[in-house]
Design a protein. Structure first.
Length: 395
């Protein structure tokens, strides 16, 4: 299980008035922080849960079943069932009412950091902490063939081409690799992206190009043959999520700099900057009608954006911990969100959109909550880096 350490020159711990002359701070993948002083005394603590403002929307249901952080979500076209992958090494399918469908799929104990559904919904591809990729039969819930090997470390992102003839994978090894789903073999050489870590890869809806993003803050658009077409710059921190408009003209990007941006995909022109989140934005989804963008953040919230006004709509959808994953049902009725607390939250998008605009009391509550949460991040020295996905503990 990976962690980062950062020297801090005097951090106040539990004992009033007691300052440690020097210490190291670690954040593990599950969000728990550890302060270690020079005398080897360790204090472990969890970030406080912010208060939920009175009158804020509540989820339609909360689905429990995973035991560790949920890294990715997807919704099935046919049933609107929800797929989830977790650091606990399992992949689960749930109805929108919270019932587990069949048994969890076991990824040999390896944390499952990414997942993508085939366009016809019959197959699932997943990526693990050890760099392996697995193909699953949706109906049978079983793995097809042997794991695919090529990446040297965590597979952070996956996407199917629209024609289902290839799968793109991105990894912390800095490469994007493309695979033939029928053979499990790579198509063409791996692309050295220049991202350091690759966090997101997405095909355009026509499948003639794909975009990637990662640690270096740059969006790169590639031809289907792997030729670099354009570099798009503007974010101040790592790129975490991308999505394309259906006509391929626009790319939406999320970043650890707390912003969402809209770009012209051909010339890289920045068309809009959406501000509102108070910490890293980790996942994006377009609504099926492309009128709204949905975002999930480290600031414990899901927000819905009106793409005509480039402003948020309704209340934030508040959670008890940091968010990593997001999905919107194909019929546009449901939002699924999940993260560090290992729960899947199901929300009604319609309920958000039906809220009265200009509800000042709700806006005031959200503003106050944002200020408190931002202060808690300042206290906890939360980094903008993304924690490394670790393997499942045997204990």
């Amino acid at each position: 299980m990976g962690s980062w350490s950062r020297p801090l020159p005097g951090v106040r711990l539990d004992q009033p008035g007691d300052l440690i002359s020097g210490c190291e701070w670690h954040i593990a993948p599950l969000g728990r922080s550890y302060f270690v002083n020079h005398n080897t005394r360790t204090t472990s603590w969890k970030k406080p849960t912010p208060e939920r403002p009175a009158g804020s929307l509540t989820p339609e249901r909360v689905i429990e079943g995973h035991s560790k952080c949920i890294w990715s979500l997807a919704c099935l076209d046919t049933s609107c069932n929800i797929m989830s992958t977790s650091e606990d090494g399992s992949i689960c399918q749930w109805t929108v009412h919270g019932k587990l469908v069949g048994k969890p799929w076991d990824s040999d104990g390896e944390a499952v950091g990414s997942m993508a559904l085939s366009p016809d919904g019959r197959m699932v591809v997943s990526g693990s902490a050890n760099g392996r990729i697995r193909l699953w039969n949706m109906q049978e819930g079983s793995m097809v063939g042997d794991p695919w090997e090529g990446h040297s470390t965590v597979v952070r992102c996956l996407d199917w081409s629209p024609d289902a003839r290839e799968i793109a994978s991105g990894s912390e090894d800095g490469t994007v690799r493309r695979w033939n789903p029928n053979t499990g073999r790579q198509i063409l050489p791996a692309i050295e992206t220049g991202h350091s870590w690759v966090y997101t890869v997405r095909y355009s809806h026509t499948g003639d190009k794909f975009a990637s993003g990662g640690m270096d803050k740059v969006i790169r658009v590639w031809s289907k043959d792997g030729e670099l077409l354009i570099e798009i710059k503007g974010h101040d921190r790592a790129l975490t999520s991308l999505c394309w408009s259906k006509d391929g003209a626009h790319i939406f990007s999320a970043s650890s700099d707390s912003t969402i941006r809209k770009w012209h995909s051909n010339n890289g022109e920045q068309l809009a900057v959406l501000r509102g989140h108070t910490s890293a934005v980790r996942s994006l989804c377009l609504s099926p009608d492309e009128c709204h963008l949905v975002s999930a953040s480290k600031d414990y919230s899901v927000r819905i954006w009106d793409l005509k006004a480039n402003q948020t709509v309704g209340d934030q959808l508040l959670h008890d911990d940091e968010l990593w994953a997001l999905a919107v049902s194909p019929d546009g009725k449901w939002i699924a969100s999940a993260g560090l607390d290992a729960k899947v939250y199901v929300w009604s998008l319609e309920a958000v959109l039906q809220q009265r605009p200009g509800d000042q009391s709700a806006n005031d509550s959200n503003t106050e909550r944002d200020a408190k949460l931002k202060a808690s991040y300042l206290f906890s020295f939360a980094p903008h880096l993304t924690p490394s996905i670790g393997t499942r503990s045997s204990t």
